[in-house]
Each structure stands twice: as C-alpha cells, then as structure tokens.
Design a binder for this molecule. Structure first.
Ligand code: HPA
Length: 272
C-alpha cells in the first residue's frame, strides 16, 4: 500500500479487533532496558504479535519478536510496543514510524518514546534517565519525505518547535523531580559514533547520542500527538569514557536498570 497513513489505519483496526480496546490513551515504545522494566506496569490483557498486523516489519534483533501489549494503567488504555525497528536494520523511515502511526490511528494522543543512549555528560553516567527536551536529527531522512501527506493528515512542513511536549515534560518533572533534561542527537548507526562525532554532537548542544526515536517523534508530532522522550544512559559515549564501547555492556546496563525503569514508568504514566 502506497499511503502509509491508510496502512496505519488498517493496522489500527486490526489491533482493535485483537484487543477489543476501542481507543488507546497512551502509546509507549520500549527501548532496551525499558522493555524488561515494563513488566512493573502489570501484565498485559492482550499481547498482539506485530506479524498479525498490516505493514509491520519484523525486528532483526535476535530473540526479539515484535509485540504490542495492551493494558490498563491508572484508568488509561496503554499500548506498549516491544520490538521497535530501526533505520540501521535496513528499514525505510515510513517502516520505522509505522508502529507510532498505527497507535495514533488507534487513538493514542500521547506517545512516550524510550531508548538507551550514550551519555555525553560525564556527570550523568550509566543508569541515569534523562528527559529529552529536544533533538538533533542526524539521520538525513524524515518520515515525511516523499509524496505529500493526504488531505486531513497535517502539513508536510510541520512545525517542530514544541516537538517534545513542554506540558508532558513539566508533568514528569513535577512527579519525578530528580530527573533532568537533555538534547538527543539521533544518528543512523549501527556503528557507534567516533569520538570526533561525539565532540561534534556536544558542540551542537547534544547531551545524548542514539540510533532511534527522532523519526518516531517527528511522525507523532506530525499527527498532532504529544511526545515524551526518555533516555536511559546505558554508557558514556565514545571518547567520553576512557575505554572502547562494547555492545554487551550497553545491553547489560539496560538489564541492570530494568527494575528502576519499571518503577519510573509506573510513576510517569499516570501523570501524562
Ligand atoms: N551511541 C549510539 N547509540 C547508543 C549508544 C551510543 O553510545 N548507547 C546506546 N545506544
């Protein structure tokens, strides 16, 4: 199907049939670490494999199938996306944002994008959670590239001034005052950045580097959803730490933080 918005509407209808949930309030895309932590939110009422929904591509990360978990958190209908897909897996931008578009088509007016990221500020080491205040998209693509969005879907030249909702950031900071904010620089990956690229990102005002989130945020904002971004610092970025980066250490940092990320999500979702 050529029209990615129609494809998302179709997937949303299929999701509705699977879950019996008429309208979601909040969608949460789970990055590494967050996925393990999300168990704290409670068990899912329904778990839908994304292979049973139109337009979804399977994640290529070993052992991770794509699933949408449907549950209630404090009266809110929440959909958790487990198994996000990335540009670096060979996906196009419209495939990367399809889950977000689907859940917005299923009613979700608030979208929480979580990820693991490299930290540029040595004072915010592994295990720190940072609220994304803004991003720098270094992927050289956009989910809005291509034919103009059909009538009724928001402008092609969408304003990103309030991309990461000031209202949601304020609510989260009120509920969890120990958190701080930072700017996320989104690279394509899958290689980690060079120390020079991390220095560039720091000079540009970034405090986090990662390989996800930016395209999903743009797509969500384009469909007028409110966006919240949360990064778990899984490692200090290249050149900030003394040694080389190691993917296993990044994954382990996610596992180690899982329980505290779960507790954090249970505090945050009710105030969105
Ligand atoms: N760079 C990019 N993406 C990442 C990193 C990093 O250092 N850590 C976790 N995801």
């Amino acid at each position: 199907m050529k029209n990615p918005y129609k494809l998302a509407s179709r997937a949303a209808e299929e999701l509705r049939e699977h879950t019996g949930v008429d309208r979601y309030d909040v969608a949460v895309v789970l990055g590494s670490g967050w996925k393990e932590g999300a168990i704290a939110l409670g068990s899912a009422n329904v778990e839908v494999p994304t292979t049973s929904l139109s337009g979804f591509v399977a994640p290529t990360v070993a052992g991770h199938s794509g699933r949408i978990l449907s549950l209630k958190v404090a009266d809110l209908n929440v959909a958790l996306v487990s198994g996000r897909v990335h540009l670096y897996e060979g996906n196009r931008a419209d495939q990367v944002v399809h889950a977000v578009r689907t859940l917005i088509a299923a009613g979700a007016g608030r979208v929480v994008l979580t990820n693991a990221a490299g930290g540029i500020d040595p004072a915010k080491g592994p295990g720190t959670v940072v609220i994304i205040r803004d991003h720098i998209n270094l992927t050289a693509t956009s989910p809005l590239e291509g034919a103009p969005p059909p009538k009724g879907y928001g402008a092609r030249f969408v304003d990103l001034t309030d991309l990461y909702s000031a209202r949601l950031r304020r609510n989260v900071l009120d509920a969890v005052p120990e958190l701080s904010e930072g700017v996320y620089a989104g690279f394509r990956g899958p290689h980690y950045e060079t120390p020079a690229e991390v220095a560039m990102a720091r000079t540009m005002g970034a405090s986090l580097v990662g390989m996800s989130t930016v395209l999903e945020a743009i797509a969500a904002r384009h469909l007028r959803a409110e966006v919240l971004g949360l990064s778990l610092v899984s490692n200090l970025a290249a050149g900030v730490s003394s040694g080389p980066l190691n993917h296993n250490e990044v994954l382990e940092a996610g596992q180690d933080a899982a329980a505290s990320l779960g507790r954090l999500l249970t505090r945050i979702i009710p105030v969105l």
